[in-house]
Design a protein around this ligand. Sequence first.
Ligand code: 5RP
Length: 220
Amino acid sequence: MNTAKVAAAKAALSHIEEGSILGVGTGSTVNCFIDALAESGIRLSGAVASSVATAERLTAIGVDVLDLNTTGTLDLYVDGADESNPMLELIKGGGAALTREKIIAGASKRFVCIADDSKQVDVLGAFPVPVEVIPMARSFAARELLKLGCDPEYREGVITDNGNIILDCHGFHISDPKGLEQSANAIPGIVTVGLFALRPADELIVGYADGRTETHLPRA
Ligand code: 5RP
């Protein structure tokens, strides 16, 4: 058990309204959150899941998994991150669920990010930026991403829940996360770039190995 992830996950429970429909992300920290949700006894009207894996976990604890097309805007989305800067702009997609994660984040009034303290950085980019790409565009998208200043690497053996591939982009110097997100998203064949800067988190709950948590709001 990772105490830091569990601490952040448990702290997010206080944001949930009884009877609400919750957006739920993907990854090991979110798995801790789903476990904590099961233990909490909080009753939900349902949840929208950002991946098949999360949908299966939610179903296993008795939560109805709903189609975002039927729910309208969600009040709250809870998800992890691979990196967060002080503006709560994120790199996400280590678990290859970035496209559905970005959809749900965009469709939610509030995005609470849960993470262990290793995820906080001053400048994004040490973690390679995942990019979801339509398979036929793999080589072309990689050449275009190279021009944006990174070294794209094909993530072998991974097909996303949407049937696409992932390029992990190493070495980006991300001084303008919003600009890079827009430039990468404009490349034909790219479905989503794992930069969450145009829609950052609204709150970051950081967990520590000793069980403490800290809550951060975006730095102005
Ligand atoms: C999945 C993600 C995850 O939120 C991110 O990779 C963090 O994962 P973990 O909680 O396992 O550290 O973006 O696509």
